[in-house]
Each structure stands twice: as C-alpha cells, then as structure tokens.
Design a protein around this ligand. Structure first.
Ligand SMILES: *[C@@H]1O[C@H](CO)[C@@H](O)[C@H](O)[C@H]1NC(C)=O
Ligand SMILES: *[C@@H]1O[C@H](CO)[C@@H](O)[C@H](O)[C@H]1NC(C)=O
Ligand SMILES: *[C@@H]1O[C@H](CO)[C@@H](O)[C@H](O)[C@H]1NC(C)=O
Ligand SMILES: *[C@@H]1O[C@H](CO)[C@@H](O)[C@H](O)[C@H]1NC(C)=O
Length: 390
C-alpha cells in the first residue's frame, strides 16, 4: 500500500489508479473553486441561513467534494465524478437572502445553477454569462434586478433559462438568437420592455407573461422558430394585427396572447399540405375588431379557444358549431349578433365556455353557455349605429 502510494505521487495518473482500484479517492476540489464557494456563502446574509438548510451544512473545514458527505456539504451542490470541480449548485428554497457573487464565473464546470424561490437581490453578475458549460439557469422567484446583457450569447450550452418572478428591466438582447441549444425561456413576471428580438432555432417554449413588452409581433422574430410549441405572452402591451403566419408556425400548440392591445386578426387555414398541432388559443381581453375567424375551425386539433372581451362583431361562424374537437369556447364580452350555431348548443359538445354578454338572439337562457345575459339592446343598437343588431 505504501509503495503504491509512493508510486502514485510520482505518476500523474495517480487518481485514476486509485479510482480503478476502488480506493476512496482523497478529494481534491480545485482551490479556486473552494474559494468561490466560500465567497458564494459569505455573500448571503448569515441570519437567513437556517439550521438544517443546505448552506448551513457548507463547513469548509472539510473538502466540499470529499465523500461520504454525511455531516457537511449534505446538499446544495454536486461535483464532477473525479471530485475536482463543482458541476451543480441547486439551493433549497428556504429564503436565503443576499447577492450572487461575481466569482461564480470561476466555476467553469457548472452545468446547473438553480437558486429558485429565495430572496437574492441585486444584479445578476455579468460574469455569470461567461460560463461555457451552463445548461440550466434557474433564478426563478427571487428579487434580482438590472437588465439581461447582450453577453448572454456566451452561454453557448444553455438549454433552459428561467428568470421568472424577479424585477428585471430593460429590453431583451438581440443576441438571444445565438443560443442555438436553448429550448425553454421563462422570463414571466418581470419588468422587461421593448419588443421581442429574433428567437433562436431550437426554442420550443417562450414565456414572457406579465411584463411591459410592446410593439407588434414581427414575422422576423419567429423566422427560425420552427420548433416553437408554447407561446405565452399574456399581460403585456403588445399591439397591432395578428397575422396569418403566426398561427401557421409549424410546431405551435399553445398560444396565449390575452390581456394585450392587439386590435385585429387574420387567420388562414393550416398551410397547404401541412397539418397543425394547435390545441389552445387565448386572445381574451384585447381590442380585436372584425369578425370571429371562421378559418380556425380548419385546425384539426383545436380544443380550447378564447376571444372573450374583445370588439368582435357579426355572427358566430357556423363552422364553430361543426367542430368535433372544440371543448372550451369563450366568446363572451363582444358584440356578436344573430343566432348561435345550433351545434354549439347541443349538450355535451362544449364542456365549458360562454357566449354571454354579446348581442345574440335566441341563446336559450337555460343553456349554461348563454350565461351571463346578453347586452342590453340599447348598447347593441348603439354599437351597430342604430341598425337592428340581428
Ligand atoms: C465546522 O466543522 C468543524 C469540525 O468538525 C467544527 O468544529 C465547527 O464547529 C463547524 N462549524 C460550523 C459552523 O458548524
Ligand atoms: C438544436 O439542438 C441540437 C441538440 O443540442 C443540436 O444538435 C442542433 O445543432 C441544434 N439546432 C440548431 C439549428 O442549432
Ligand atoms: C425600457 O425601460 C427603460 C428603463 O428600465 C427605459 O430607459 C427605456 O427607455 C425603456 N424602453 C422602451 C422601449 O420602452
Ligand atoms: C381563410 O384562409 C384562406 C387561406 O387558407 C384565405 O385565403 C382566406 O382569406 C381566409 N379567410 C379569412 C376570412 O381570413
């Protein structure tokens, strides 16, 4: 044994000899990474480090990557298999408060950084955006402020970015489209403004709900977004007309654009020779004028549609009543006229929805779908310039 140890000291592959012989390897976490973990812990308010929490177990009298970790470093981080580098920091959500140290960029092997549901504040250090192996960045539900810099494009391995429920401001960097591995972006519940830049090609989920985004949705933003399945942009200040290309994005399944200022819509049938996976569309609480788009009924899997509380006029397209897939339909709070299509009123066709608060006639009060009551006829007459609304 002593001979082997001596031999090892002289041979650079010493560690792998130990490993392959199943000895417990002496941990050798890189010195600078230990220093970084110390800085990470000391930038967190000690009074927020509760007994029994992960950070309470970070005691630097032992090596963070040494095994077994029964007493100290019991959770919050993981190391590379050779115990030399930190590859993951996932804190427990126990209300740690403090800032994130800029030294975090020294953990160059980091694959996951997850500090969600704590009370970190201050800017996200710009050095963080230089981590070349980072795949998952989750800072959800903290109080980070400041903006997202153009240097985010250096996170070349990034697959999932969740900065939702913080206080981030400013506009989204144009360089976002360089992140070719990015699948998921959630920036909901921040204070981001400006328009949406061009999206990267592998993105399947984009959620920027409840911010201050403005401007129309541009075709150029989505030109590479062939894998986009979920688009969640509700509660912003987006405006303009929704154009046919949007609903024809080839992988689109769910669109939520409710609570914006869109004022028009044009929908074409699914593009020639292609099908569509569109399942749910929510356009409620905008100012969309014109007729309810009949072409939506040509989308073969559409099961949930809301265009409630807009400025739609004219009759409900007969095609809606013939749809075999539509289970949820909210058209309430518009100025729709005429008789609702009979197919909609057949019990069992639509599971939930409302045609109420319109200018419809012959919507039987006994039908759940017809609640609440229609608008007073004076309101409807006024909306149709005094002409009868039927
Ligand atoms: C860290 O570990 C040492 C050695 O086990 C112990 O004496 C010390 O009290 C520990 N410190 C904390 C803060 O738990
Ligand atoms: C999408 O991601 C895959 C897997 O990470 C990668 O191989 C591919 O190059 C990416 N696509 C584009 C267009 O960058
Ligand atoms: C976005 O907000 C910042 C302040 O956070 C402001 O300086 C900037 O003008 C705003 N940009 C737009 C496009 O509204
Ligand atoms: C319905 O879609 C077709 C193309 O699929 C288009 O030519 C037509 O204008 C659309 N109708 C409406 C009312 O937008």
């Amino acid at each position: 044994m002593q001979n082997l140890f001596f031999l090892c000291l002289t041979i650079i592959t010493c560690l792998s000899v130990f490993d392959s012989n199943n000895f417990i390897a002496q941990a050798v976490t890189s010195w600078s990474e230990i220093a970084t973990l110390k800085a990470f812990k000391s930038s967190i308010n000690p009074s927020s480090i509760k007994p029994g929490s992960c950070l309470a177990s970070w005691n630097f009298t032992i090596d963070p990557c040494s095994f077994p970790r029964r007493t100290y470093f019991t959770c919050g981080l993981t190391c590379t298999p050779d115990s030399t580098h930190i590859n993951q920091i996932t804190l427990d959500p126990v209300g740690y408060t403090g800032t994130l140290t800029p030294l975090i960029s020294k953990l160059t092997n980091l694959i996951t950084l997850d500090l969600s549901e704590n009370s970190f504040f201050g800017p996200i250090p710009s050095s963080l955006y230089s981590l070349p192996n980072l795949q998952t960045l989750t800072l959800r539900s903290n109080s980070f402020s400041g903006s997202i810099p153009p240097t985010i494009k250096s996170l070349i391995s990034l697959q999932s970015l969740d900065l939702s429920h913080n206080s981030l401001s400013g506009s989204l960097p144009i360089s976002l489209n360089y992140l070719s591995n990015l699948r998921r972006i959630d920036l909901s519940f921040n204070k981001l403004n400006g328009s949406i830049p061009e999206l990267p090609p592998n993105l399947s989920e984009l959620a920027i709900k409840a911010n201050s985004l403005s401007g129309p949705l541009q075709k150029s933003t989505f030109q590479k977004a062939n894998k986009l399945a979920v688009l969640e942009l509700s509660e912003n200040s987006l405006y303009g007309k929704l154009e046919p290309w949007l609903f024809q994005l080839p992988s689109l399944q769910q669109v939520d654009l409710a609570n914006n200022r869109f004022n028009g819509i044009e929908i074409w049938k699914p593009a020639n020779g292609r099908s569509s996976d569109l399942v749910a569309i929510d356009l409620g609480f905008n100012t969309i004028q014109g007729y309810a788009p009949a072409n939506l009924s040509a989308y073969p899997t559409l099961s949930s549609l809301s265009i409630r509380y807009n400025l739609l006029r004219g009759t409900i397209p007969l095609e809606y009543g013939e749809s075999k897939t539509l289970k949820r339909l909210f058209l309430d709070g518009n100025f729709l006229t005429g008789k609702p299509p009979a197919g909609l009123l057949v019990s069992g066709n639509i599971f939930s929805g409302s045609l109420g608060n319109n200018c419809l006639v012959g919507c039987p009060a006994s039908s759940q779908l017809c609640k609440p009551a229609q608008k007073p006829s004076s309101v409807c007459k006024k909306a149709y310039n005094g002409k009868p609304s039927t």
